[in-house]
Design a protein around this ligand. Sequence first.
Ligand code: CP
Length: 324
Amino acid sequence: MNIKRRVLTININNQTRCINSNQYTLENILNLCNTTNKIKSIASTSDGLKYLKTILSDKRAMLYFKQPSTRTFLSFQNACHILGISTSEIRDTSTSSETKGESELDAIKTFSQYSDLIIMRHPSNDFIYEISNNLSDKTRIINAGSGSDQHPTQALLDFYTIYKYGLENKKIAFVGDLLRGRTVRSLSLLLNKVSDTKLYFVSPKQFQIKSDILEQLNIDYDITDDFDKILPDMDVVYMVRLQDEYKHEGINDNEIIDTSKYSINSGNINKMKDDAIILHPLPRRNEISVEIDGDKRAKYWEQCENGMWVRVALIMSMFGASKL
Ligand code: CP
């Protein structure tokens, strides 16, 4: 693991890789937030949209998604199109030569013959490091979700959404399945760069965040299973669903774990601060009631839209094109 991380550090120096949220400095992240603001402003006019379409119109991207996705796939595809990048995709490997026994690495090397950018979602925590280390920096690589470990672009868009509502001195709760929630893992590492933030990890003890993340935190944090108690003090409440696609990871399959009290609904939303915000990477199940969607504190649909614009900014920066 150490070797992978050391090699990753070398590869990301020129920002041709987006692999792990820990690779970014606070300055990098704030620059990305600023660029995102500028892009949104430019995109608000028809001439602006036409201009954006010229910025990377000589580039081609490959979207290789080996796990299901709605938001990440579509927001990346649309982000590419906003910048004039043409896209190809494989989402179902039964249609690719992997069914004839081609290795995943050979498949990726093939994509790099046709594409300047590979955006990959993969069930393995580590394969993203392998491809990053096997391809030259000429091919940009973005991790669109690696197993239960990392989802750095989700963390960047989550951070941007929090930044929009104010970053200073925030108490931020992560609530739900933190054991297997890659978005929480990635966002915790980004928020760790903001010194006056305090994080609260709120879940049944079986779903608590792994120690490898806690060991990296320099900021204050608390671990609790008492959502009701902390809810009134929070500035940001970040809900996640049960990640049961990783059902064998760290959980005893026979154990019934009650997650019903880790939800926001009409019964407890009024305990929240008036200016707090509720985020969720989506998709949701029952951890946020639909009736909450109309509350002014519910920002998860805005967060979802922000994802596309942050990804436009990220792609531009990876091609050295973020001077607007
Ligand atoms: N937030 C997120 O990663 O959503 P999708 O799985 O739909 O891409």
